[in-house]
Unconditional design. Sequence first.
Length: 192
Amino acid sequence: MMQSDDSVRPRPSVFACTTLKISQVYQHILDVWTPYTISRWIGSGILLISFLARVFILQGWYIITYALGIYQLNLFLAFLTPKMDPAMGEDDGPCLPTQSNEEFRPFIRRLPEFKFWYSTTKATLIALCTTFFQMFNIPVFWPILLLYFLTLFGITMKRQIKHMIKYRYLPWTRGKTKYRGKEDSGKVILTK
């Protein structure tokens, strides 16, 4: 007698079913929030401001703040760079035009906006949660961390701006281009 495939496979555990259900609900929430770009970033900004206010009021967790800043700077640089970087000599797929007579190719980011927002928000939330544990409050002289971060930010942004100028690209768009035709002068034009 032959058994069916359903009887051979073990049933998933209650934990696996619950985990699957929670991940599906979480993914649904993310899918619903995807089109609301401005609202998502406002929420992330409020979360970041609450983290910075907590750090400022409690006068601690400077290492966590520095690590969050470095991580978000790294995400921002990935957000600004094209997926196929012409400086690396990558010829796979679409890339930026390097000469004026080349065909226009759209800017494709190395890190898409949604993933940038998601990673930034998740990192800020984790950093905020670490401020509730005293073991993460390592005493350091914070002005040195601030000076080092500002120096690192200045150097990396200068390099990124030079890259943008050299390869003539802007990492943002202003919406769809609208073309205007010639104004109607009321004259009838005959074509042969």
